[in-house]
Design a protein around this ligand. Structure first.
Ligand code: UDX
Length: 478
């Protein structure tokens, strides 16, 4: 990281209003501020109020003097749930109501570069052109899924899409350049499926594909990934997109060259949920690599029946488990108050801990954690990779179906439970990853973790790309 004088560039960073997006873009904001750029982080009021309640963002401007926060309303009533099936409505509403507000900020605050979530791609490209502010897209998903979205029109042309039904799900997809024969129909992003999972947010595939193609317009695109992790997709993307910055894992960059364990971006907490830190003391008291950490991110919902399958599977595996069960995780209308069978209560008391939200990066880095059962949101995936923790994948929607295939078939750091929710399968997979094939999975996960650390260290690709990104921002801000 280069020492610089405070720059005259003023970057506006605008994430999609959702936990996974705010997380990685706030990490980028801090890194750019560390490079002495002036950074304004724009949130919706709803997200900002939650961050103010549950995270330490109010302390950030003191730590990063060139970083400040600004908010705009998301246009929805306060009582709107903003979760589950309706979790994409804030994004849609901001696209409609936010345009004049964003235009005013760009002009009045003399913004010199807009780094915007790819989900706001068209809005930002159009506004940037109108007011003369250069735009850079940040894609919070992995490069492999981004490339898959980009290739969806080819899949229709080659008749590999549409998927005709359940009987078609194991057909191999051959015409994604660089990823030939890796994905089956069931590994394509969920929006390619003919049916939606219960509670899955409603997002038309055409919208995703057209937003992805909007990323051909800006000055550059940023990914929270690293070159060694997704080389085949990245080499294809680099042929089509002129300027690509792979800068991940963003949370793993060091704030200074001092080699301390806590000296990384995520020593700040970017949660919009209240963290229950008591789990750290519980983890301290467990044997090394003995705990499976279970979390399905901030959006996934499930039926009570599925929850019970996971619960039985975890208890019957006889492994120790730490499970994040969000207060809004069970599908609306399904009895939360029904009684819990005695064997589950006993098994959890003996070997488990269930909490509402945890400091996930710290949990994954804890020596007691031996594996991660995850929905494979991109942040969770790259955090697990960075920590060298093997995974068991139960993807829910969007990019997660692609990510879980990478985990099991490309990186070979875990197992993919996709489309199955059965207590015996959960029990068997937990034991396979935590016991039977433990050494094999830990070894391949550690190899990836070494590459991740290398990428953000001096001389590594993400380290160098971050410097190049700062240089580009300086250049286009003049
Ligand atoms: C969403 C989509 O689901 C995901 O597919 C897409 O890639 C990004 O946006 P989400 O479902 O929340 O995100 O998953 P993920 O990307 O994994 O982000 C969750 C974030 O919350 C992670 O950074 C994780 O560290 C954090 N988290 C999760 C906590 O801090 N504590 C928890 O208890 C659970």
């Amino acid at each position: 990281m280069k020492a610089q004088q405070t720059s005259s560039a003023h970057v506006l960073i605008f994430p999609c209003p959702a936990q996974g997006h705010v997380n990685s873009m706030l990490n980028l904001a801090q890194l750019l501020a560390l490079h002495n750029l002036h950074v304004t982080f724009l949130n919706t009021e709803h997200i900002h109020n939650r961050l103010t309640r549950f995270s330490n963002i109010e302390s950030l401007p003191a730590r990063y003097p060139t970083l400040r926060f600004k908010t705009i309303p998301d246009g929805l009533p306060e009582e709107h749930p903003r979760s589950g099936e309706r979790s994409v409505e804030p994004l849609q509403s901001v696209k409609v109501h936010g345009k004049p507000l964003l235009r005013d900020i760009l002009v009045q605050d003399r913004v010199t570069c807009l780094v915007v979530d790819g989900f706001f791609g068209k809005l930002a490209n159009d506004l940037g052109e109108e007011v003369g502010v250069p735009v850079i897209h940040f894609r919070t998903i992995g490069a492999s899924c981004f490339w898959t979205y980009f290739c969806v029109p080819n899949l229709f042309e080659s008749s590999e899409l549409p998927i005709t039904g359940e009987e078609d799900m194991d057909r191999t997809i051959t015409s994604i350049p660089g990823m030939e024969n890796l994905l089956r129909c069931r590994d394509l992003p969920s929006f390619c499926r003919p049916t939606r999972a219960k509670g899955e947010p409603i997002v038309p595939l055409e919208n995703i594909v057209s937003e992805t193609h909007q990323t051909l317009r800006p000055r550059a695109v940023i990914f929270n990934t690293f070159d060694d992790l997704e080389a085949p997709a990245l080499s294809q993307i680099r042929r089509r997109f002129p300027t690509v910055f792979t800068v991940g894992p963003l949370h793993q960059h060091r704030e200074s060259k001092a080699p301390t364990a806590t000296n990384t971006m995520r020593s700040s907490n970017n949660s919009i949920w209240e963290e229950d830190t008591s789990c750290m003391a519980w983890l301290d008291s467990q044997p090394s690599r003995s705990v499976i950490y279970v979390s399905f991110g901030s959006v996934t919902t499930m039926s009570r029946e599925s929850l019970m399958e996971f619960w039985y599977g975890l208890v019957n595996s006889k492994r120790r488990f730490l499970w994040v069960v969000r207060s809004d995780m069970i599908d609306a209308g399904e009895g939360k108050d029904e009684s819990i069978p005695g064997e589950l209560v006993e098994g959890t008391k003996e070997r488990g801990l269930m909490v509402g939200w945890v400091p996930q990066v710290e949990v994954l880095a804890h020596k007691s954690v031996g594996a991660f059962m995850s929905h494979c949101g991109w942040n969770s995936t790259i955090e697990s990779v960075a920590a060298g923790v093997p995974m068991i994948c139960w993807p829910y929607f969007a990019d997660q179906q692609v990510n879980s295939r990478l985990v099991s078939e490309y990186w070979k750091v875990g197992l993919d439970m996709k489309d199955v929710c059965d207590r015996k399968v959960v029990e068997n997979m937990v034991n396979e990853v935590m016991l039977i094939r433990k050494d094999e999975f830990l070894e391949s996960a550690e190899k990836l973790a070494v590459l991740a650390r290398k990428s953000v260290s001096e001389g590594g690709s993400s380290y160098a790309n971050l410097d190049r990104l700062v240089e580009l921002i300086e250049l286009i801000s003049q």
